[in-house]
Design a protein around this ligand. Structure first.
Ligand code: ASP
Length: 303
């Protein structure tokens, strides 16, 4: 499997305050045969604009936590991806959204699942983190908080109901700010035709999302049940902590030992404390973009 990783040169050692950001728009059967070129170009242009905006905010000194929320909101609003406005429908034909966010500085986290009341569940997740004593709030409880906090609603006409294959893709963002803080966020409509109330890995801290200063920030996409069973995001972080693996090794080995060994497919994006950007996936493609500490921009969909 190809490993696409930001170049880490001695130059970055001289840079006092590395910053970096990466985003994804989902992994899956994305190939030049399954996707019209015009769609790929449109989506990549959008991903590029989101990454450039996020990087600019980091340069201005915004916190990684704020930046991952803003980036994921843009991706939720796009309608191109399986999150927010573009989310897929469950088996009963309605949308239930999952999202989470994690602050690597404090390991404070917020998450929501099976939400119907807002098109920006990542913001609801952040407010759960900041305004309640809880980490994960689901269903009706999450919907009433979205209303209480006056978040933008998810209207029926907000959703492109006939989801073409290329809208399928969870979204996520990871960032490193000037102050050395890492953060991660993930948002999804889940899996097409899922059971009512099904919750995937995206709102599960340690499965689809994880960030810890000094270690790594991660956002995953793929078949969520396998990511939960593999505790994939935290398994990668644990390899860095206990096995002292390199970030690239930790990701590759976690995929092989934990995910692929039980048949899981998907991908992950990561940012390291040095400002490296890493992408890894075992599917044909993953919508992805990133800008590392050297200012190197990557925007891609296929291998
Ligand atoms: N991981 C998401 C879920 O299982 C789906 C995806 O990434 O496409 O809910």
């Amino acid at each position: 499997m190809p490993f696409i990783k930001g170049l880490f040169t001695p130059l970055s050692l001289l840079m006092a305050q590395p910053i970096a950001v990466a985003i994804h728009g989902g992994a899956g059967n994305l190939t030049p045969h399954t996707l019209p070129t015009s769609k790929v170009q449109e989506h990549e242009a959008y991903l590029k604009s989101v990454v450039e905006e996020a990087y600019h905010l980091l340069e201005e000194g915004r916190l990684a936590l704020e930046v991952v929320e803003i980036a994921v909101r843009r991706l939720e609003d796009a309608g191109y991806f399986n999150a927010g406005r573009g989310a897929v429908l469950n088996e009963k034909g309605f949308v239930q959204l999952d999202a989470s966010i994690m602050d690597g500085k404090t390991r404070r986290s917020g998450a929501v699942a099976a939400v119907r009341a807002t098109g920006n569940p990542v913001t609801l997740a952040r407010l759960v983190m900041e305004r309640t004593n809880h980490v994960l709030i689901v269903g009706e409880g999450a919907d009433s908080l979205a209303k209480l906090w006056a978040l933008p609603p998810l209207r029926n006409d907000y959703i492109p109901h006939a989801s073409p294959v290329w809208t399928q893709g969870t979204v996520g963002a990871v960032a490193l700010d000037k102050y050395g803080n890492l953060a991660a966020a993930t948002s999804t409509g889940g899996i097409v035709g899922k059971k009512v109330g099904r919750v995937g890995d995206s709102p599960i801290i340690g499965a689809g999302t994880y960030a810890e200063n000094g270690l790594i920030a991660l956002s995953a996409t793929g078949h969520g049940e396998y990511f939960i069973r593999s505790v994939l995001a935290y398994d990668i972080a644990a390899r860095l902590r206990y096995a002292k693996a390199s970030p690239a090794q930790a990701i590759e080995e976690a995929f092989k030992d934990r995910l692929e060994s039980i048949g899981g497919t998907g991908g992950v994006i990561a940012v390291t404390p040095k400002g490296e950007v890493l992408f890894y996936f075992n599917t044909p493609g993953m919508y992805r973009a990133g800008k590392d500490a050297q200012g190197r921009l990557i925007v891609a969909t296929f291998r």
